[in-house]
Design a protein around this ligand. Sequence first.
Ligand SMILES: Cc1cc2nc3c(=O)[nH]c(=O)nc-3n(C[C@H](O)[C@H](O)[C@H](O)COP(=O)(O)O)c2cc1C
Length: 358
Amino acid sequence: MSVLARAALPCLRLLPAEAAHDLTLRALALGLVRVRAAPPDPILRTRLWGRDFPNPIGLAAGFDKNALVPDAMLRLGFGFVEIGSVTPLPQAGNPKPRIFRLAEDAAVINRLGFNNDGLAIVAARLAARRRHGGAADRSGIVGANIGKNRDAPDAVADYEAGVTAFAPLADYLVVNISSPNTPGLRELQRRREVTALIERLLAARRAASPGREPPLLVKIAPDLSEEERGDLADVALTSGIDGLIVSNTTVTRPPDLRGGHAHEPGGLSGKPLFALSTALLAEMYRRTQGRVPLIGVGGIASGADAYAKIRAGASLVQLYTGLAYQGPGLIARIKHELAALLRRDRFASLAEAVGSGG
Ligand SMILES: Cc1cc2nc3c(=O)[nH]c(=O)nc-3n(C[C@H](O)[C@H](O)[C@H](O)COP(=O)(O)O)c2cc1C
């Protein structure tokens, strides 16, 4: 990590969480955050959906909601970056404060409520990136995560608009029906609702990007009932989607949380989410018999954490909260540790390790 980045981290902690985040985005956009790039390690390379990922460590949705810094994040060493969630219309989100650090727990609670610039502006940013060659670099994989406006009269139409706008511009699409901060959103995970939603979105994708259809993934919550988990596994196997992201933040509160903000409403991320989201990942891998690609996310803060998700069935992983606590040096550390673990256990490739823990 550069001297500047190392010195900045403790200073950022003195600011309210959202102000620190905004400042970080600005520094990234100005090219002020740099890390010494480690040479890519071939054991971390992986191929999925016909694309080559230089490594399986991705930036989770929510960090770069508005696609301001995808290439800066790729330069920090992420194997792929997910922008969003983006809603059709720009939206201010919930009143501040709405992001809370639980430092003692290495966790965050957020109730942002999809604050974002809206489809037109964010899609224009991705289009400009393409024009300037960002995507010409085949390793620069950028996915787009789509949501719905809070007061949308027709939720499905909102997601359709997202698919239509991003299908020609993104390397993969994520249907976020698991944020806890938009009333009614998570009900779209029910069998009937999600089946109808996916059918419409696959049709929208076909229409928007014939012959070059990006993978369509559904991002799920860690707080589903047994019945909902079974239903979603069935839907993943039969509906024609290309994968699941497991998981979003939790509305549950483990009893051993120590942070003073533990009772703030919103979604909990970071270390206390790790066990819950990894158990769900392993269950979905088992229920889908390894036939549906899974992205594991929730509480990753080390190479061992990433490795546990991969062994539980993740073909790729993502993180966000760990980055806020450990800074950009975390990405190289995770890659280094993960490569060492794969070699220790005599895996010839990352793909061989996927689901090997079950
Ligand atoms: C401040 C914040 C904002 C987030 N915004 C989004 C979002 O817009 N869309 C989404 O799908 N997930 C969002 N997430 C969830 C993350 O993508 C991820 O699923 C979750 O934080 C668990 O990973 P982590 O423990 O590594 O942070 C957000 C998380 C945080 C902490």
